[in-house]
Design a protein around this ligand. Structure first.
Ligand SMILES: Nc1ncnc2c1ncn2[C@@H]1O[C@H](COP(=O)(O)OP(=O)(O)OP(=O)(O)O)[C@@H](O)[C@H]1O
Ligand SMILES: O=P(O)(O)O[C@H]1[C@H](O)[C@@H](O)[C@H](OP(=O)(O)O)[C@@H](OP(=O)(O)O)[C@H]1O
Ligand SMILES: [Mg+2]
Ligand SMILES: [Mg+2]
Length: 364
């Protein structure tokens, strides 16, 4: 072979070899990348990838539908949070392991199960403690902490409407009301909130005599005129979000004089329609001052021992800064709270961080 031909041949061989080597290398990389992504994919599917938190939940099917919306589950997954349904037919300790248990079920049996579980598994955060929830399932005790707090500062004053508890004997109600000096009209509310529709059947009573038609046990609360707008203050840990909702309209003196009887009214404030975009009188629609809400929420969180609740608040019509808390609900309809999926996932992740701070060795 002549030199020229020899060199050309060598180049050709080198080119071909180099190509083969490159191809071989690329092949290996490609294979490895494929293998790696396969591994990542399967670990993601199995939930082992960057999973930080397993949240067991025990909620009614209605609540699962309203709360565990796809947008929440999706965002939670990307943040390493996995929601797992608790099987009520199996012992709780056999399930999980959970980092957090989220629940809203009524009944003594469930309460006992949770209390026992909480004692056996102090490492699990039970949101929230059953006895603290029980406290707000009674309309008398739910507002007691607001009354005790007696919040009053330069931003406003927060109280509760005057109220009276009637445990039995409906015939005694008219007398009891005049002895207590309550002013009509009165809102009659079932004493215990137990998740049933009946416990949300409220009535407005215009005259004293008709009160004996009510069915105790109940709470009779003075109706406070508030311009038909209510502030729903959602609390998720340290986060507060306020929305406006339509509420019962004011009752004028004339209306009170011209009406008698007890009228049941629908669950007006839970309607999906928000009053946030309505064209309202600014004096009525103005949200309660943020610093006042922050103080109220912080105090109630501490006093009630709860992380997840809402406060229904009204502003006395004709005043700028006189507020009343009329209702407190455990684990309310967060699904209707704007941006709840972000607020909730951040709130849950906060427990990982606080656990890491408490036991750094387990998370290194
Ligand atoms: N003291 C009051 N003064 C004026 N309006 C009231 C008063 N109490 C209740 N209301 C009106 O009645 C509605 C229902 O009352 P409340 O919130 O106590 O009932 P609930 O059944 O616990 O409702 P929720 O669905 O929020 O749990 C309120 O949203 C408000 O519109
Ligand atoms: O949307 P708001 O105004 O927050 O009213 C809530 C009630 O206060 C809650 O009691 C309801 O929850 P439960 O149905 O789990 O009690 C809750 O039901 P939801 O979570 O299915 O929406 C709401 O009706
Ligand atoms: Mg309410
Ligand atoms: Mg309520």
């Amino acid at each position: 072979m002549r030199l020229k031909e020899e060199n050309a041949y060598k180049n050709e061989v080198e080119k071909e070899n180099g190509g083969r080597v490159r191809l071989k290398e690329e092949g290996r990389c490609k294979g490895e990348v494929e293998k790696e992504s396969q591994r990542l994919y399967s670990t993601m599917i199995s939930g082992a990838y960057q999973q930080k938190l397993v949240v067991g939940y025990a909620l009614t099917s209605k609540k699962v539908k309203s709360f565990l919306q796809p947008k929440l589950e999706r965002l939670a997954r990307t943040k390493g949070i996995l929601f797992v349904a608790i099987d009520l037919h199996r012992p709780l300790s056999d399930q999980g392991p959970f980092d957090i248990v989220l629940h809203k079920l009524t009944g003594k049996e469930w309460r006992l199960i949770l209390e026992d579980y909480g004692q056996r598994h102090p490492e699990v955060t039970v949101l929230d403690p059953p006895d603290a929830i029980q406290h707000v399932y009674n309309r008398q005790s739910m507002l007691q902490d607001v009354a005790d707090l007696n919040l009053s500062d330069c931003y406003g004053k927060v109280g509760v409407p005057r109220q009276l508890v009637i445990k039995n004997d409906p015939l005694s109600i008219p007398d009891a009301v005049s002895r207590a000096g309550l002013t009509l009209p009165l809102v009659a509310k079932p004493l215990v909130v137990d998740g049933s529709a009946k416990s949300h059947e409220l009535s407005l009573a215009y005259d004293q005599l008709s009160l004996s038609r009510l069915e105790p046990p109940l709470v009779l609360q003075e109706f406070v005129n508030h311009g038909g707008v209510l502030f729903k203050v959602f609390i998720v840990g340290e986060t507060i979000k306020v929305v406006r909702r339509f509420s019962l309209p004011d009752v004028s003196k004339r209306e009170l004089l011209n009406n008698a009887g007890v009228f049941q009214f629908p669950r007006v404030s839970t309607a999906a329609a928000s009053a946030d975009d309505a064209d309202l009188d600014p004096g009525i629609a103005e949200l309660p001052p943020r610093p006042l809400l922050e103080k109220l929420a912080r105090e109630l969180r501490r006093r009630l021992g709860l992380h997840l609740f809402n406060i229904d608040m009204i502003r006395e019509h004709g005043t700028r800064d006189r507020f009343y808390v009329i209702d407190i609900n455990y684990f309310p309809g967060y699904g209707k709270m704007p941006g709840y999926e972000h607020i909730f996932t951040d709130f849950l992740l906060g427990f990982v961080q606080s656990k890491q701070k408490r036991c750094p060795a387990n998370h290194s």
